[in-house]
Write a protein that binds this ligand. Sequence first.
Ligand code: COA
Length: 268
Amino acid sequence: MTPKEKQKLTAEKQQLLKQILNYSYEVETDGGRLVIGVMREGQLPRCADLLADTFVDTKGIQAYRRYVRRNILTYLEQHHKMPPAAVVLTAVLHSTVPQQQQQQQQQTRVVQQLVGVAEVSFSESTRSAYLTLNPPRKCAYLCNMAVSNECRRKGVASHLIAAIEDMCNLAGERDVYLHLRIKDEATAGLLYTKVGFRPHKKDWPLLLLLGQEPRFLMRKQLPAARPLQGRVALPEQQQQQQEEGAAAGSVERQQEAAAVEAAASSAA
Ligand SMILES: CC(C)(COP(=O)(O)OP(=O)(O)OC[C@H]1O[C@@H](n2cnc3c(N)ncnc32)[C@H](O)[C@@H]1OP(=O)(O)O)[C@@H](O)C(=O)NCCC(=O)NCCS
C-alpha cells in the first residue's frame, strides 16, 4: 500500500492496519517453533510455489506450471498490498538442525521454512464472484489455505485458522465463511469441522454438468468476546519490550553463554 492509499483510510482502519501488520502468533510444535504473521514481500515467491503446487495439477508440464505460478504471484503481489481489506498470513517453521561439528563442538542452527499460507478477505471487492454460493457481502471469508506436503497433519492449518480468527476479532467480524469442494469433504472438510465450521449451503451436485465443481459454503460463528490467541506488538510496545528485554537479556545471555560453554566442554 502506497503512503497516498494509506492516507485515504479512516483512522479506525489505520489502527486496524497497524494491528494486523504487527500481529504474530507463535507456538511450539513437535517440528519446532511455528510463527504466523502477515505475508512479507520476501515471502511472495515461496507462497506462489506453495499455492501453485497445491492447487493446480500441471501434469508435470513445466511451461504450464510457470504460467500458473506467474498468475498466482501477480495475485499475491496485489493482495500483499490489500490489508486491512484482505490479509494473507504465512506460517514459518523455525527448526533446530545439527550442523557440521567444528572443533569437536556439537553445533546447531535454526532453519526457517515457510510451510503454510492462508488468506482472509473482509471486503467483497477483494474476492472473486462465483456463479453460486457467494458468501454475504459483509463477512470474513477464508480462502487459499495450503500447507506443504511434508508438514501436513502437524496442526499447521489449525494454527493458521486460529490466527485468521484473531484477524476477524481485530476486524470486529463474527461470521467466517469458506468454500469447500464436496470432493474434499473427507480431507479438508474434516479439518474445518474439527475447528467448528458447519455447512451453511450446498451446491446442486449436477452443477458438474456446467463444468463447475460443486461446493459447500461453510460457516463458523465466532464468540463475541474472546482473547487473541496470538499477539499484537505495536512499535511503542516493541520498544518497551526491547528495553525490558535488554535489562533481563544481559542475565539471560550470561546464562545462555554458560550453558553453551558447559555443553561444549562436556562434548570435548
Ligand atoms: C487441508 C490442509 C490445509 C490441512 O492442513 P494440515 O496442516 O495438515 O491440518 P492440521 O494438521 O491442522 O489438521 C487438523 C485435523 O484436521 C483433520 N485433517 C486435516 N487434514 C486431513 C486429511 N487430509 N484427511 C483427514 N483429516 C484431515 C484431522 O482431524 C487433523 O487432526 P489429526 O491430524 O490429529 O487427525 C492440507 O492438507 C492442504 O494443504 N491440503 C491441500 C489444499 C486444501 O485442500 N486446502 C483447503 C481448501 S478448502
